[in-house]
Design a protein around this ligand. Structure first.
Ligand code: MSP
Length: 549
């Protein structure tokens, strides 16, 4: 069972590369998990976070009601995720009743158990910005507003608190007993460092005033004067969506993909809220175990600079669409997935790098290899893999070496996946292609083909070599399919693999990914009807511009 989530994104504006990237990571990982476990065992969730003040403010600026503005932007997110071929099983909007009723239920349970209580909040308030700022931020700005420069005021108000402090010891125990709870390591250390400072209870509500921004949101149960703070509302989405009779089996989440900006909420507040909920009512919430992992990636930047509205340097959805139009959607996915900020360091979106990677991995990599092998199979054997050729090829020293290299790479890919190192898993797929290329160079089937008219032994040998090549390409295609679903579907069509080997549906029949990818194993290409098909990726000219960018 696997349950994979992305953050739910604010609908104050349209989606950009950052949002698409995290959803793409979730998508690619979900596709790998479907290969490993079968489609029915995987649930992948993305969606939008709508009850934020900034949603109301930007709606006002557009002369629209908050909900109409949210509707419009949620559609944009849906379109963007359809464009990148996200295979999510559900799309949650926090303004949906199914979510709101659950949040009310969860908060009520926590109020009953005493982990949410009414208290007084006192802090530095920026009157112009209508927000509290933390002591550190206030001090750094000499107790003045960072925006207007006016003095901050000390303000007290009644609100509801979550008893976070109570969970400090249990949270520390979680970090100790489940060292992989937060990844990568640098992010985990960051959280541990902050945890040493101790945990304070956190306000989880905002007072409702005449300002429309304060009125958009889920009310605190039994107290209409307060609205649940957007972050508490938002985090609960992960649970509310699967808290139904038919989906509860997916809980707990196997991985929450997020970026480093929202780590504290996911690594600290969220697990404590879940512990509290479980304790509040074991009968109802006994199933609420803790998530296995919070995976926090870094940022896409442009020319080394953070992307921001004021700099106007976002890689917009239009830019992404232009790349997809020039190189194909799978090429865009490949670039983002393999060159993105998956680990600690930020990644630059670079045209030169895009073309370089496209040519190396796709046009000259899987594209060229599949087409060479497909062409020769069709030309010399009418596309039919000769009976016994794969086992024959495997008996040769070259075949054995190829099989060993491919099997090693498949294991490497699996180990990378277990650590959520998607780029490494995909690169292992390309390394399989390189092994096949090397085998082709060593065995020179093109040369051998020239002698098959006069030498029947040569024809048999050629069949064996090509069978081994095709088997290598098949295995590569399985490992690459989560990144390039369109192109690999096209290849499987041409090679007639949709119903047999390399079929993504094998896992549902109980075939493990390891067995599916075993070189010359039971699901290997022992037979087949391979046609050369169309070229998967045309070579790109590094000097050519991308129309629309
Ligand atoms: N609504 C909250 C999340 C609630 S989750 C329970 C939120 N929304 S957001 O619209 O600001 O999205 C933040 C997320 O978008 C990041 O955590 C990351 O997944 C993605 N990205 C936004 N900008 C990004 C980059 N420049 N680079 C990579 N991903 C980033 O926070």
């Amino acid at each position: 069972m696997a349950y994979i989530t992305t953050p739910i994104y604010y609908v104050n504006d349209r989606p950009h590369i950052g949002h698409c990237y995290t959803t793409l990571l979730g998508d690619c990982f979900a596709r790998f998990e479907r290969l490993r476990l079968g489609a029915g065992e995987v649930f992948f969730l993305t969606g939008t976070d709508e009850h934020a003040d900034k949603v109301v403010t930007s709606a006002q600026a557009h002369n629209m009601t908050a909900i109409a503005w949210a509707d419009q932007n949620a559609e944009e997110f849906k379109k963007a995720f359809m464009f990148i071929a996200s295979s999510h099983d559900d799309f949650i909007r926090t303004t949906q009743d199914r979510h709101k009723t659950r949040v009310t239920e969860y908060v009520s349970a926590l109020m009953r158990s005493g982990d949410i209580y009414k208290g007084e909040y006192e802090g530095w308030y920026d009157e112009n910005q209508e927000e509290y700022v933390t002591e550190t931020v206030a001090k750094d700005n000499e107790y003045k507003s960072s925006v207007t420069g006016r003095p901050l005021v000390r303000r007290r108000e009644t609100c509801y608190f979550f008893r976070l402090s109570k969970y400090q010891a249990r949270l520390q125990e979680l970090f100790a007993t489940q060292p992989g709870f937060v990844s990568p390591e640098a992010r985990r250390n960051e959280v541990l460092g902050r945890l040493r400072g101790g945990l304070n209870d956190v306000p989880i509500s905002r007072p409702v005033t005449n300002d429309p921004a304060t009125q958009f949101g889920i009310r605190v149960p039994g107290d209409d004067a307060h609205r649940i703070y957007v972050w508490i509302d938002a985090l609960f989405n992960y649970l509310s969506v699967v808290d139904t009779d038919d989906r509860r089996r997916f809980w707990p989440a196997s991985v929450h993909f997020i970026a480093k900006d929202i780590l504290w909420f996911h690594a600290v507040i969220w697990p404590c809220m879940l512990m509290a909920l479980r304790d509040a009512d074991r009968g109802r919430f006994g199933f609420v175990e803790l998530p296995a992992k919070v995976y926090s990636h870094a940022y896409w930047v442009r020319d080394g600079k953070k992307m921001s509205k004021s700099l106007g340097n976002f890689v917009t959805i239009e830019v992404l669409r232009a790349y997809a139009a020039s190189f194909g959607r799978d090429a865009l996915r490949w670039y983002l997935l393999t060159q993105g900020p998956l680990h600690e360091t930020d990644a630059d979106f670079s045209h030169a790098k895009f073309v370089e990677v496209y040519n190396a991995d796709l046009a000259n990599g899987i594209g060229n290899c599949a087409s060479r092998v497909g062409n020769m199979m069709e030309k010399y054997f009418g596309g039919a893999v000769p009976e016994g050729a794969l086992s024959g090829g495997l008996a040769s020293a070259g075949g054995k070496a190829l099989a060993a290299s491919v099997d090693g790479l498949v294991r490497e890919a699996q180990a990378s996946l277990a650590r959520h190192h998607l780029a490494a898993a995909l690169t292992a797929g390309i390394a399989v292609v390189r092994s096949v290329d090397q085998y082709i160079n060593e065995t020179a089937p093109f040369k051998l083909a020239k002698t098959i008219e006069s030498d029947s032994g040569a024809k048999q040998k050629l069949g064996e070599i090509l069978a081994c090549c095709a088997e290598g390409v098949r295995i590569a295609s399985v490992l690459l399919s989560p990144a390039m679903p369109d192109k690999i579907a096209q290849l499987w069509q041409a090679w007639n693999l949709t119903n047999g080997s390399a079929n993504a549906g094998l896992a549902s029949k109980g075939v493990s990914l390891a067995d599916n990818c075993a070189f010359a194993g039971p699901h290997g290409l022992h037979r087949g009807a391979i046609s050369k098909g169309e070229v998967l990726f045309m070579r790109a000219d590094p000097a050519a511009a991308v129309v629309g960018v």
